[in-house]
Design a protein around this ligand. Structure first.
Ligand SMILES: [Zn+2]
Length: 336
């Protein structure tokens, strides 16, 4: 199964580029930028990854960003993720970035997006991995700040495929960002939002992303299973759900393998993703592996999960079909 998962062509649709910052790179950038880290070694930094819920994770995640200062830092961060992704047979990725995590530290929007974009271009050319970029707003900041950042992105619309919403969901419902997402839609961007697992008012929030924001995808969204009517809407709209098993194990103490099985049974387009792989110490293959081990998923089920990611990716039909053909060929050979 390990071999089958490793060699399977995959897409990743839910990965925060800042969440791919490996401790070794963190130390290298801290040295270059003359930033003092409160740890003596990368191992000590990993040992301090003590998260048990969303807020305790976010605290460490935002502190980690402090070493990212120059365009070349964002380039290196992105390049190293894409290099790792290519080595895991990820052929296509949609990357989130959190500009407010940088502009609030005095790093210009232009610096961030240019570094990321250049690495994406080079990775396509040199590693053959295709990727797109999603601007994520921090929902614990104001709607005005989100709007300001959307406007900062206007000169770079060609570099973006969509907008998302992440960070602390408590008291920060989707509706808070209705105007920002409406403008992003007008500008031709795709829309997605995090509906993190086991959050307060989660069913209300999932309802809002479906009915008020009218998203094109939902990040996590696992709790939708508690409502038959939400499941029906998600299915009718053919919306993808980007589930992140190992991340869930950290923040809600469950890999949600039962829930992922249920999604498949209901015909929902669940996909498997790594979220913040450097922090959760698991990239996409490790997520598939953990899920398979716990839930005893068959090869056919794993192929369905991988296929769902290509189906709900923000690609044109021709590109989707080409990736799906590649996956089908792989499946036929591997299952035969
Ligand atoms: Zn996420």
């Amino acid at each position: 199964m390990r071999h089958f998962i490793e060699n399977m062509p995959k897409a990743e649709l839910h990965v925060h580029i800042e969440g791919t910052l490996e401790p070794e790179l963190s130390f290298a950038l801290a040295k270059k930028n003359n930033i003092a880290l409160p740890f003596s070694t990368p191992e000590a930094l990993i040992a301090a990854y003590d998260f048990h819920d969303l807020p305790s994770f976010l605290k460490i995640y935002y502190a980690g960003m402090s070493v990212l200062i120059e365009e070349e830092d964002f380039y290196r961060l992105t390049w190293e993720y894409l290099e790792k992704a290519a080595s895991q047979n990820i052929v296509y990725a949609e990357l989130f970035f959190d500009p407010q995590g940088h502009t609030t530290r005095g790093v210009a929007f232009e610096t961030v997006i240019t570094g990321i974009h250049k690495a994406q271009q080079d990775a396509k050319e040199k590693l053959g991995i295709d990727s797109k970029l999603i601007l994520c707003f921090l929902r614990d900041m104001s709607a005005e700040s989100a709007m300001d950042h959307l406007k900062m992105a206007e000169p770079y619309l060609d570099w973006l495929i969509g907008v998302g919403l992440d960070s602390d969901e408590l008291h920060n419902p989707p509706l808070k960002f209705k105007d920002v997402f409406a403008l992003a839609r007008q500008w031709g961007l795709k829309l997605t939002m995090h509906c993190d697992v086991n959050q307060k008012n989660t069913l209300e929030h999932i309802g809002q992303v479906l009915d008020d924001i009218e998203v094109d995808r939902i990040d996590h969204g696992v709790n939708a299973l508690e409502s038959e009517s939400l499941c029906e809407k998600i299915k009718a709209k053919q919306l993808g759900l980007t589930v992140c098993p190992v991340s869930n194990r950290f923040v809600v103490q469950s890999l949600t393998s039962n829930e992922i099985k249920k999604m498949l049974e209901k015909g929902l387009l669940a996909t498997i993703n790594s979220d913040d792989p450097a922090y959760f110490r698991a990239y996409l293959n490790e997520n598939f592996m953990a899920l398979q081990e716990e839930g005893n998923f068959s090869k056919e089920e794993l192929l369905t999960l991988a296929g769902n990611a290509f189906k709900v990716a923000w690609l044109d039909t021709k590109e989707k079909d080409s990736y799906l053909d590649k996956l089908n060929n792989y499946g036929q050979k591997a299952v035969a």
